[in-house]
Design a protein around this ligand. Sequence first.
Ligand SMILES: C[S@@+](CC[C@H](N)C(=O)[O-])C[C@H]1O[C@@H](n2cnc3c(N)ncnc32)[C@H](O)[C@@H]1O
Length: 188
Amino acid sequence: MGFHTFDPEKAAKLEDAGRYRYVSREELLARLDLGADETVADLGSGTGFYTDDVADFGEASNVGVYAVDMQDAMHDYYREKGVPENVALVTATIDDLPFDDDELDAAFSTMTFHEFASEDALAEVGRVLRPDGRLVVADWSADGRGESGPPVEERYDLETARELLTAAGFEVESGRERPETFVLVARR
Ligand SMILES: C[S@@+](CC[C@H](N)C(=O)[O-])C[C@H]1O[C@@H](n2cnc3c(N)ncnc32)[C@H](O)[C@@H]1O
């Protein structure tokens, strides 16, 4: 399952700092809780708006970041913007990731879960995360107001996201519904 894929022609919209109204850099970094030398993947990285925040924070502690997106046009936008040294661009779909078993310490996905959340994709994320590895998901909620983001009928709510992740073998250790979005932290 998964709803429509983001249109690369609208890529510039993803660079709007007003997006922090819904998911801030601070909350993303706090929930990821990265340690030194860890490897993390941004699943559905788009223009790298949030990838940059994680890369910037992790640079001093030798954190490596994979920016994973299935659309080369999104990576092209990111390249033009400038890709930090500790970010590697990966063109792949989330249900077929070019990583070894247990390779990642953590992964995150912002505003994209509704586009990729199939059984195969979640199983694949579980395969590449190490045991106890963290997955942080922030996305538009089906319980939201619909004032911004995709139509509410193209979204999941927190409980459905929890069920999908639990069925894929994750343990959801925290989750919150907010006015327009949900955020959760799961462990493999
Ligand atoms: C709404 S954009 C969000 C981008 C970024 N996470 C952000 O918050 O700025 C969703 C991105 O996920 C990518 N995407 C959607 N489904 C995907 C999949 N199954 N595998 C890889 N990338 C995917 C799209 O190409 C698009 O660039």
